[in-house]
Design a protein around this ligand. Structure first.
Ligand SMILES: [Zn+2]
Length: 386
């Protein structure tokens, strides 16, 4: 019965959204009670000059700044340990995550590891930590992951090649600075894949085993925003209107799934495929989502029909027809922004499918799927997406 499952919407990070808001970074550092800041970012972003500009402004405000710029896509326990060592050497500071989901995920792990003993998987979110994480300030430079809204990060364990979740309740960002100007330089392909990730967050949150009206309302609006503005931003990366809509929509998709719905099998598969082939998270999701939605169609026809309307499909005679239109709209949007349509295009060979299916089933995110999938059902989705 509705109401039997408690809904708790916990305090989220303070959000500062708007063009130019990154100028307030020094204010955020003071707000969290720090006088020093440690950036966690990646080399590609350093080449854009964004971290240097932000660090320069902080130094002018009298804040001492350290930088770790060796975050990689699909980060591993080695990345996490390197970042933690660099932070321990620098000493206590506000941890400033500047970048996409990978930088934010590593920053959460490093903020915990920087003040606790251990390495790698010791920082699995299920382990308690004696000391609370250093304060985190998140400055996203992509519009997709929503990673700034939760206290978990996806890390690959190099020893087992499995993904696990680093995290701790104290590793939730204190302040999120969402400045669309920082996303203007993102290339078209990364704009497309991160935007499709945000759409996947909305769709998996809508269809989750335990949906709630807060997440449903937010996720439907996120889907409408992404479908409206993603093609515009992919076509013209300098369109600030599109960049602004996408920045806020991707953040709100994270707010939706952080309200307790979580995600689902799509993310279980995406984590497993990226671990196996290094494929881009949002591109795997784009190839898998239409097939996954089809496999859940009978269970989630009503909400998918509402999703279809949000994605611009015409009102349908039945919820089944409307849901079908939603599936087509998702596939069409992915194609329009140039995402690869199959897993084969992303390096998935037949010999990998069994291991991917097992890893997807074992991933905790899969527990939020509308119903517990069987191995055969996961294989069927993978086969359809090949
Ligand atoms: Zn995602």
């Amino acid at each position: 019965m509705f109401g039997e499952r408690p809904l708790s919407i916990a305090p989220l990070p303070e959000l500062w959204f708007g063009l130019g808001e990154a100028r307030r970074l020094a204010e955020a550092v003071r707000l969290v009670g720090a006088t020093r800041a440690f950036f966690i970012t990646d080399a590609a972003l350093v080449r854009t000059g964004i971290p240097d500009t932000l660090a320069g402004a902080l130094r002018e405000s009298g804040v001492e700044v350290g930088v770790f710029d060796r975050v990689v896509a699909n980060p591993t326990t080695a990345t996490l340990d390197d970042a933690a060592d660099a932070l321990r050497a620098f000493g206590p500071a506000a941890v400033v995550a500047v970048g996409g989901g990978s930088s934010m995920d590593v920053a959460k792990g490093a903020a915990i590891a920087g003040v606790n003993d251990g390495s790698g998987r010791d920082f699995d979110y299920r382990n308690d930590q004696p000391v609370a994480a250093l304060a985190i300030i998140a400055v996203p430079t992509t519009s997709g992951t929503g990673s700034e809204t939760n206290a978990f990060g996806v890390i690959e364990d190099l020893a087992t090649r499995e993904k696990f979740y680093v995290g701790h309740a104290s590793a939730l960002a204190r302040v999120v600075i969402l400045d669309p100007l920082l996303t203007v330089g993102l290339p078209a392909r990364a704009t497309a894949s991160t935007g499709l990730d945000a759409l996947a967050h909305a769709i998996e949150s809508l269809a989750a085993r335990h949906p709630n009206p807060f997440a449903t309302g937010v996720a439907l609006e996120v889907a409408r925003e992404v479908s409206t503005w993603l093609p515009v931003a992919v076509e013209d990366g300098s369109n600030l209107e599109a960049r602004s809509h996408l920045a806020l929509a991707s953040h709100l998709a994270g707010v939706a799934f952080a309200s307790g719905t979580g995600l689902g099998l799509g993310h279980g598969i995406a984590h497993a495929v990226s671990a196996a082939t290094g494929a881009v998270h949002g591109e795997v999701l784009a190839a898998v989502l239409p097939h996954l939605m089809r496999s859940n169609l009978d269970l989630r026809a009503d909400v998918y029909a509402r999703l279809g309307l949000a994605l611009g499909a015409n009102a349908a005679a039945s919820s089944h027809e409307g849901a079908d239109a939603a599936v087509s709209a998702v596939a069409a949007l992915a194609a329009r922004v140039g995402a690869p349509s199959t897993l084969t295009d992303q390096g998935v060979t037949p010999d990998l499918l069994d291991a991917i299916a097992h890893a997807a089933l074992a991933d905790e995110v899969t527990r939020n799927a509308p119903r517990e999938p069987t191995l055969a059902e996961v294989r069927a989705v993978l086969d359809a997406a090949r």
